[in-house]
Ligand binder design. Structure first.
Ligand SMILES: C[S@@+](CC[C@H](N)C(=O)[O-])C[C@H]1O[C@@H](n2cnc3c(N)ncnc32)[C@H](O)[C@@H]1O
Length: 208
C-alpha cells in the first residue's frame, strides 16, 4: 500500500500536512491519477526543501523543479530535484522558467504577495500541459490582517483576480464575452476545465 501524500508530507515535515495547513489531502484528490506518471512539477518556494522532497517521493517517476530567491536553497538539489535561484516578482526570471516548461503541475508557495501571485500566474499558466494543474497557496494573504503586508501595490487581490476568472468559467454561456475588458482572462478561460477554492488555496485545472 502506497503512503498517502499527507503521510509523505508528514515524514518530510512540510507545513502543507494535515496538522498544519492541511493542503495535501485536498491535492491528493486531484493529483492521485497522475501519481505514477512521469510528471514535471514546478514549485515556487523551497525554504528547507520539505515540500520538494515530498513531491519527489509522491511522484516516483516525476521530475521536480524548485524555485527560490534564496541561493541557500540550492543545497536541496538531489536525485530528481533541481533548484533554480530566481525571483518570481521579475518578468525576466519568469521568462527563464517558461523556457524550462512545459509543466504538468505548478505550485506557487513563494512570497504570497498579490502582485507576485498574479504576475506568476499570468506568465506561467500558459506552460501548464493539457489536463495539468496550477495551485496558488496561502491565498488567505488576500484578506484581513494580511492585506497591508501582502498587497504589493495591487488594487485587486490575488483571490479576487482568480474569482474574476472563475466568473468567466462559470458564466460563459450567458456573459457577453466580447465586452470583457481583461484580454488575458478572455483568452485563457476557454482552456480551463475548472477552478476550485479551498481554505487558503486555489486550484486551476486545464482541459485535457
Ligand atoms: C512558504 S516558504 C516555502 C515552503 C515550502 N514550499 C514548503 O512547503 O516546505 C516560501 C519561500 O519563498 C521564497 N521566496 C520569497 N520571495 C520570493 C520571490 N520573490 N521569488 C522566489 N522565491 C521567493 C522564500 O525564500 C521562501 O523560501
Amino acid at each position: 500500500m502506497h503512503e498517502t501524500l499527507d503521510e509523505i508530507g508528514g515524514r518530510h515535515g512540510t507545513d502543507k500536512r494535515s496538522d498544519q495547513n492541511n493542503f495535501l489531502n485536498f491535492y491528493d484528490r486531484f493529483l492521485g491519477p497522475l501519481r505514477e506518471k512521469p510528471v514535471k512539477l514546478l514549485e515556487i518556494g523551497v525554504l528547507d526543501g520539505d515540500s520538494v522532497r515530498t513531491w519527489q517521493d509522491y511522484f516516483r517517476n516525476g521530475k521536480i523543479v524548485g524555485v527560490d530567491i534564496d541561493p541557500g536553497t540550492k543545497a536541496h538539489e538531489q536525485d530528481r530535484i533541481r533548484i533554480e535561484i530566481l525571483d518570481q516578482s521579475k518578468v525576466q526570471d519568469l521568462d527563464l522558467l517558461v523556457a524550462k516548461g512545459p509543466f504538468d503541475i505548478i505550485v506557487d508557495d513563494g512570497s504570497h504577495v498579490w502582485t507576485h501571485q498574479i504576475l506568476t500566474f499570468q506568465k506561467l499558466i500558459g506552460t501548464v500541459t493539457p489536463g495539468g494543474f496550477y495551485i496558488v497557496e496561502d491565498l488567505d494573504t488576500s484578506y484581513g490582517k494580511y492585506v497591508p503586508h501582502y498587497h504589493g501595490g495591487a488594487t485587486e487581490s490575488a483571490a479576487a483576480y482568480l474569482q474574476r476568472l472563475a466568473r468567466l468559467v462559470v458564466g460563459q454561456r450567458v456573459l457577453n464575452l466580447t465586452e470583457e475588458p481583461d484580454a488575458f482572462q478572455q483568452s485563457l478561460f476557454p482552456r480551463i476545465d475548472f477552478i476550485t477554492f479551498y481554505r487558503g488555496a486555489a486550484l486551476v485545472r486545464l482541459k485535457e
